[in-house]
Design a protein. Structure first.
Length: 309
């Protein structure tokens, strides 16, 4: 394989993985109806338990040994699991209960802009691209409505979604995408178990119906194990500012899944929003004027400590 092909493949890997991850996260809306009657926190604990088992098995097959985190790394892992996984679910659920999905979807659509600003002052091109993606996600989702309580829960979900990326960045060079995905999924299980006991008591868990089991299994395998790995592998390649643009694909994934499951064809507003999202991402990924950069080896391409491969 020529150096040019290797370089092109490397350059496409990050955007492809980020796009796939956020699109798969968006498909969650299509299967949410299957588990709407299952206890929420207990169901999410089961989801992360299955996902953790899959990710740990994948790490073992890849020859990755367990790495003992240092105190600061352990604190980051716990904070990431608490905010980006457990509390994120709680905030989304409560926001939806108070105002329906449109408001929280609109607020989460601002993730690209928040991440674009997270690393300091972004370039005008990146800031403009993030604004276009936010506009597209807002058009595709709808502005929604709701009172201050729903807005506060939605803002909490936004903060947790930002933490899902920013708290992982310091961990990825040493642990890698697979370990970070697995360790955070493991930690989310007891956290959500505690939430379930407080909210639902003994009713937090029950035997799921076949449809509920299918929905929880899809969340565990596709939305968690696969999407988490793709996102965390892409994040250090692109950086939080550029990777955040792909969060605009979440409503696009929801729209496509809904149409595939027979919930109706996309509306004109949804199609227009999807077109704006794709346009914004293309603008954000366009090369800056100047000499072409040479090949860059990202942190995740260097052997992580403890790897036996």
């Amino acid at each position: 394989m020529s150096d040019a092909v290797i370089t092109r493949t490397s350059l496409l890997r990050g955007p492809g993985q980020a796009a796939g991850a956020m699109f798969l996260v968006g498909t969650l809306a299509g299967v949410s109806g299957l588990i709407q009657d299952y206890p929420v926190h207990g169901g999410q604990a089961l989801r992360y338990l299955l996902a953790a088992a899959i990710l740990l098995a994948a790490a073992r097959l890849a020859g990755l040994r367990f790495l003992r985190p240092a105190p600061r790394e352990a604190a980051l892992l716990v904070a990431l699991s608490l905010t980006g996984l457990a509390l994120f679910n709680v905030c989304v659920i409560e926001a939806t209960r108070h105002a329906g999905p449109a408001l929280v979807g609109t607020v989460l659509g601002t993730v690209p802009l928040v991440l674009a600003l997270s690393g300091g002052r972004p370039s005008p091109r990146l800031a403009g691209a993030a604004a276009v993606v936010v506009a597209g996600a807002t058009v595709a989702t709808g502005l929604g409505g709701g009172g201050p309580v729903a807005l506060l829960w939605s803002l909490g979900a936004l903060a947790c979604e930002v933490c899902f990326s920013l708290l992982a960045l310091p961990l990825l060079p040493r642990f890698g995408a697979l370990r970070v995905s697995a360790y955070t999924a493991v930690l989310a299980v007891p956290l959500l178990g505690v939430f379930g006991l407080v909210a639902d008591g003994a009713a937090a868990l029950r035997v799921p119906t076949p449809a509920e089991a299918a929905g929880l299994g899809y969340q565990a395998v596709v939305v968690t194990a696969v999407a988490f790995f793709l996102w965390y592998d892409a994040l250090p390649r692109l950086g939080a500012q550029t990777a955040g643009l792909f969060a605009g694909l979440i409503p696009v994934g929801a729209m496509v899944t809904g149409a595939a499951l027979g919930f109706g064809a996309p509306s004109a507003a949804e199609l227009a929003g999807a077109a704006l999202v794709v346009t914004g991402i293309a603008v954000g990924l366009a090369p800056s004027p100047g000499p072409a950069p040479g090949p860059v080896v990202s942190p995740v391409e260097r052997p992580a400590a403890g790897r036996t491969l």
